[in-house]
Design a protein around this ligand. Structure first.
Ligand code: RB5
Length: 142
């Protein structure tokens, strides 16, 4: 599985820490590449472009709280960006929502917790069935 990671300045430190923690996954870094202020919609757009072009199978997005960048990514049809805040949510974001972007808050979450949530998501499986009907309805929404 190819995974990309991207953050605004509020998520830059967490992005760098996660790249080190998951060095074996060889995360594709889509920026930002320093702590200078940038706009989270631009970062979300880069990630969405990579997913839509099938360059990657999964994205990790980070801003200060995870809220702004979630809102931005979820404006795009086919994107299911899940703001993950505990281990159960990490599991259900895969089993029920088949999330294609995991979102975290660089100013609100600890690196070790976020790493655990990512591990949990990666070791979970999408259940399909009734959940697919709901995902199909998401894609049909205007
Ligand atoms: C940037 O200061 C901050 O607003 C952004 O990282 C994010 O938290 C927005 O939701």
């Amino acid at each position: 599985m190819n995974i990309a990671i991207a953050a605004d300045h509020g998520g830059y430190d967490l992005k760098e820490a996660l790249k080190q923690h998951f060095a074996d996954l060889d995360l594709l870094d889509l920026g930002t590449f320093n702590a200078e202020s940038v706009d989270y919609p631009d970062i979300a757009q880069k990630m969405v472009n990579a997913l839509k072009a099938k360059m990657v199978d999964l994205g990790i997005l980070i801003c200060g709280t995870g809220v702004g960048i979630s809102i931005a990514a979820n404006r795009i049809k086919g994107i299911r960006a899940a703001l993950i805040y505990n281990n159960e949510v990490a599991r259900l974001a895969k089993e029920h929502n088949n999330a294609n972007i995991l979102v975290f808050g660089g100013r609100t979450m600890a690196v070790d917790d976020v790493a655990k949530y990512i591990e949990t998501f990666l070791h979970s499986s999408y259940e399909g069935g009734r959940h697919q009907r709901r995902l199909d309805k998401l894609d049909a929404m205007e």
